[in-house]
Structure formats: structure tokens, C-alpha cells
Design a protein around this ligand. Structure first.
Ligand code: PGA
Length: 219
């Protein structure tokens, strides 16, 4: 895994946006996995300003809450607000995991996968202990993840405790993977994922087994 340290969040955002832009311009019908969370917001903002042609692109989101009493905080809504509504992406080409639970273990022929990393080493909602062979499925969120996500909800009791997540196996079948991490609080877990033991206790460590992973970090 190669790491690139950027000077600030702004540079991280436009550097990753450059990669997405290059991908879409080179292959207009690219298939791209997209994350939610606070980290990718700057990338989406940058991409919206670039007015790219998304008309043939297919996007696959990593995860979605279930039993969410606050649909305005759903990940679908996040994507609509931050990207979908401001591009010419076709809604029929935007896939969410809660609508494709029956999948092939070999993924979706994805050209580019953007990922964040959770404080506990999760990627998507594959929490510590997730099998490296996991497919898309319903999961219970860890206490730490519920706590981390409570900043988006009125109170911690409102945070959904279950989600549907893309599994580690389909994520690993992507041709190229980009991990984004913003802030000193991500430094230790990133180091563990990149240089520590490859173990299901640190789900992101599986990425050491992928031959085309780049990490973009700023503190
Ligand atoms: P964040 O979340 O971008 O809000 O830090 C990342 C993640 O949990 O995958």
C-alpha cells in the first residue's frame, strides 16, 4: 500500500477528485464505489464544481442504515445532497447495498473504489471480526461506530444500530482502491491497517493483500 501525505484537507479533496475525473474521462462508463461520512464531502464538492459527464457512470454505495427513523440522515440522502443532485448521474445507475443483497462473490466489475476508514479499522460497515470472505449483508454496528456516527443524529439513541454493508470480498475485487483519511485521530489505525498484522480484527488490513491500493492522508 502506497501512502501519500497531503498538506491539508483541501489538497486531499482535489487530489482524489483528480483521480475520479481521470477515471471518468478515460472510461465514461466506469463503475465506481462511493463512500459516505465526513471525509469524502470535500471530494464530492470538488467533483460537482468540475461538471463532469456522469451520464454513463454506475455508482455503488458502500452501506446504508436499516431501521432508520431519520431518513434525512440516510446515506442515500447524503449522496443526493452531496453529489447525485448536482451531476447528470442517472438514478437508475446509482446502486445501494440494501437493494442488491444477492450478488456474486466476485463483485461488480468495479474500476475504482473510494473508501474511508473507521476509528476501529472498519471499511464500509465491516466491523472488526468481519470475515475476509464476507459478502454484502446486514450487520450490527459496533458501539464505537454508533458513538462516532451520533454526531449526525439528534442523540446517540437515535443512531441506527444495524446497516447493510458491502462485504470485504466484493470491495477487494475492485481494480483500484483509494483510502482517504483526514485527521490525526486516524493516524494510528491507518498505521495498523497498512503495516500491522493482516487480521479480521482490523478489517482494513485486508487491503495489504490488494495490489493496487493508494492511501491519501492529511492531519
Ligand atoms: P468519516 O468516517 O469519514 O466520517 O471519518 C469514515 C468511516 O467510518 O468509514
Amino acid at each position: 500500500m502506497k501512502i501519500k501525505i497531503l498538506k491539508d484537507y483541501n489538497e486531499l479533496s482535489y487530489t482524489v477528485a483528480d483521480i475520479v475525473q481521470e477515471q471518468i474521462e478515460r472510461k465514461p462508463n466506469s463503475r465506481i464505489i462511493l463512500p459516505t461520512g465526513s471525509t469524502p464531502i470535500g471530494v464530492y464538492k470538488e467533483l460537482v464544481e468540475r461538471k463532469l459527464d456522469w451520464s454513463q457512470v454506475k455508482t455503488f454505495n458502500l452501506d446504508e442504515y436499516v431501521m432508520n427513523s431519520y431518513p434525512e440522515h440516510s446515506y442515500l440522502n447524503f449522496m443526493i445532497e452531496n453529489l447525485f443532485d448536482h451531476t447528470n448521474l442517472l438514478s437508475k445507475n446509482c446502486y445501494f447495498p440494501d437493494t442488491w443483497l444477492h450478488e456474486t462473490p466476485y463483485g461488480y466489475d468495479v474500476d475504482l473504489c473510494l473508501l474511508g476508514i473507521g476509528g476501529n479499522g472498519h471499511i464500509a460497515f465491516n466491523e472488526p471480526g468481519s470475515s475476509f470472505d464476507s459478502l454484502t449483508r446486514m450487520v450490527e454496528l459496533s458501539e464505537e461506530t454508533v458513538k462516532d456516527n451520533s454526531r449526525f443524529f439528534p442523540s446517540i439513541d437515535d443512531v441506527p444500530t444495524q446497516a447493510v454493508t458491502m462485504g470485504l470480498k466484493p470491495i477487494m475485487s475492485s481494480k483500484r482502491i483509494i483510502i482517504m483519511a483526514n485527521g490525526k485521530h486516524k493516524k494510528d489505525i491507518l498505521d495498523k491497517a497498512m503495516n500491522g498484522e493482516v487480521t479480521e480484527d482490523v478489517p482494513a488490513s485486508i487491503l495489504q493483500r490488494h495490489e493496487n491500493v493508494e492511501v491519501f492522508y492529511c492531519d
